[in-house]
Design a protein around this ligand. Structure first.
Ligand code: HSE
Length: 299
């Protein structure tokens, strides 16, 4: 009568793929437990988290998606939901997606005929809409599918699972908060054709690099001309921290999702650790404390 599921953190955008690329990061994540109730109610009875979060079921992505599923599938019983957050909200590590996906995965275990990943994606998207006002799929999809994913279309959802590079990932979370809604709000809604061409070339080359397992091409193509410059001001010292990562041997470094977390990709675990420490010291020079995780990219 009770099921617990884990959903990993995710790094959306992967520098050049705004809203279309993302990968899962097993080093951190959320746990959600669903317990059946006979009274048909959906309530959140506990959220274990560093900050106090509202228990209102209309304000949490986990309960929002369960409410909708119960309605659509005409499920009579209710659920008590408890959430153990390993991902800080507003960190850029896909916290709202992880809570929704963990809840959906637990819910699926109660069904005689479980829903497909594609069906679950559509529900998880509703959670993102509730969280930031827009249905971006680049956290929920890698969270559900694992590995590194390309979202060819969100309506209908069409996912391409890409080859996962043999690399280690650093996620470094400065203790700042950037709401995705705000970080989307600062973006211009149109892009000059020239920029669009440069960005498309890099995105296409990045995908080719994954298929060719070509780290030199990966490094060359992971340069975002459109989104990163518009968001850099949201994190003090952003360019210095990114430089610290690249100077320490990172192939790629940028915001994880809408930030403030940054990610960096490295060829070895040892390099990843050096990169993380140098990024951490650079943040410290700006009097910003951080926490970091290192995990091998996995399929
Ligand atoms: N693609 C989204 C954004 C990801 O950058 O706004 C948010 O985690």
């Amino acid at each position: 009568n009770s099921v617990t599921a884990f959903a990993p953190a995710t790094c959306a955008n992967v520098s050049i793929g705004f809203d279309i690329l993302g990968f899962s990061f097993d080093g951190a994540g959320d746990f959600v437990t669903l317990k059946k109730r006979v009274d048909g109610k959906i309530i959140i009875d506990n959220i274990e988290c560093e900050e106090k979060l509202p228990l209102d079921p209309n304000k949490n992505t986990a309960s929002v998606v369960i409410q909708k599923l119960c309605e659509d599938l005409n499920i009579q019983n209710g659920f008590s939901i408890s959430i153990k957050k390993g991902i800080a909200l507003g960190s850029g590590m896909g916290g709202s997606a992880a809570s929704a996906v963990a809840a959906l995965t637990a819910f699926n275990a109660f069904l005689k005929k479980p829903l497909s990943l594609q069906e679950l994606s559509n529900y998880a998207l509703l959670g993102e809409e509730a969280a930031c006002g827009q249905k971006h799929a680049d956290n929920i999809v890698p969270c559900l599918y694992g590995g590194i994913t390309l979202i060819q279309s969100t309506d209908p959802i069409h996912v391409v699972e890409l080859p996962v590079p043999n690399l280690h990932c650093v996620l470094i979370h400065p203790y700042l908060k950037v709401e995705t809604k705000h970080a989307r709000g600062v973006l211009c809604t149109s892009v000059p054709l020239k920029e669009c061409i440069k960005q498309s070339a890099n995105t296409a080359s990045f995908i080719a690099a994954l298929y060719q397992a070509n780290n030199a091409l990966l490094k060359k193509s992971a340069q975002d001309f459109i989104i990163e410059p518009q968001r850099a001001h949201l994190v003090p010292g952003f360019y210095e921290v990114k430089k610290a990562a690249l100077d320490s041997g990172a192939l790629v470094s940028s915001f994880s999702g809408s930030g403030p977390t940054l990610f960096a990709l490295a060829e070895t675990k040892e390099m990843a650790l050096t990169i993380a420490e140098n990024m951490q010291n650079t943040f410290l020079a700006h009097e910003i404390k951080t926490e970091f995780w290192i995990s091998k990219m996995n399929s």
